[in-house]
Design a protein around this ligand. Structure first.
Ligand SMILES: [Zn+2]
Length: 335
């Protein structure tokens, strides 16, 4: 059983190739974060090592051990690979770690027929590290399979890309995400629907959101404050601008997510204004959006959108954050 969901076409092609003995030594899986690249990589690893009849059977010892992360022939390499605990934050795989990996790749597999190396965030490899990897892909040690995961192939060396079979993962449909959440994660229909809309087809994100309530809590907290701001008079809006500009300094990622939510909120509002209610991302906010959309013209909504996007652009260029957000506040409709 393949565990990958929502990639039927790609899985069929891949399974046919593997079943016909066309096992390659390197694959490149490309797709947005949390779309299911690691799940697919593990499926390929299980397929290759599986001793059952219908591969990947999911039941033989080797499938089971890969599923539980115990199979010593499967190595996942990410920025923390080989680093001692507390070694500090790294942004990419150090070249020394990649050299160690390549050295270990010449060892024979210890459990199955192949050793499988999965390289996360391959797009962020620096040139020296990428070159070590390239040499290996050009002449891979026997019985090794290399699976590279990347959000885009544009930032990889073209020579690396050309060595790999490239497989592009697309976001799954909302229906697929919803059914998975209901059937395999016991979600209620309404909640599954809400998360499916929010997920943008990224299965991994949807599963995270259903199993960890804090994911949705954080988003909802931010949307609540956006709604508060829309109801507030101008001085309170300026207080918000001050707070968000401080957050940008202290917790940049969270503040940027909040700005992204401002954009999503108004994009949804535009859809609601046009009667395209089923396409909105933040389903739980529909009634609030409807109330605004009834009062505003499409032109007014798109002016606000433009202002928020412009603010986000300014902030990316290190402009005066408070001033930029205050301007954005002034572009919002009066409460
Ligand atoms: Zn198996």
């Amino acid at each position: 059983m393949w565990r990958t969901v929502g990639q039927e076409k790609l899985v069929n092609t891949l399974a046919r190739g593997l079943a016909e003995g066309r096992q390659l030594s390197s694959y490149l899986l490309v797709g947005p974060p949390h779309v299911g690249k690691m799940t697919l990589a593990m499926d390929i690893a299980r397929f290759i090592t599986c001793t059952g009849d219908e591969k990947p059977c999911g039941e033989c010892l080797l499938c089971d051990r890969i599923g539980r992360g115990l199979n010593t022939d499967v190595t996942v390499i990410n920025k923390d690979y080989g680093a001692p605990e507390g070694a500090g934050e790294k942004t990419t795989i150090p070249v020394t770690a990649m050299r160690d990996v390549v050295l270990s790749a010449s060892l024979k597999p210890s459990e199955g027929n192949s050793r499988i190396f999965i390289i996360e965030a391959a797009e962020s490899l620096n040139v020296p590290t990428a070159n070590v990897l390239l040499k290996t892909l050009e002449e891979p040690p026997e019985q090794t399979v290399w699976i590279l995961l990347a959000t885009t192939s544009d930032r990889l060396l073209p020579t690396i890309v050309s060595r790999c079979q490239k497989l592009e993962l697309r976001p799954a449909t909302r229906e697929t995400v919803m059914n998975l959440l209901i059937n395999e994660h016991g979600a209620e229909k309404q909640r599954a629907e809400e998360i499916a809309h929010l997920s943008g087809g990224r299965i991994g994100w949807a599963i995270q959101a259903i199993s960890d309530p804090s994911v949705l809590e954080e988003i909802n907290g931010k949307l609540d404050s956006i709604e508060e701001v829309l109801k507030a008079p101008v001085d309170a809006r300026f207080d918000y601008a001050l707070k968000l500009s401080r957050d940008l300094r202290q917790d940049r990622e969270s503040a940027q997510q909040e700005l992204e939510l401002w954009i999503e909120f108004w994009r949804d509002m535009m859809l609601v204004r046009q009667g395209l209610n089923q396409h909105i991302k933040h389903l739980g906010r529909h009634s609030v959006m409807k109330a605004y959309a009834d009062k505003l013209s499409l032109q007014q909504i798109s002016r606000v959108m433009a202002s928020i996007k412009q603010t986000k652009g300014y902030l990316g260029q290190n402009a005066n954050a408070q001033l930029a957000i205050e301007n954005m506040m002034l572009s919002l409709p009066q409460p």
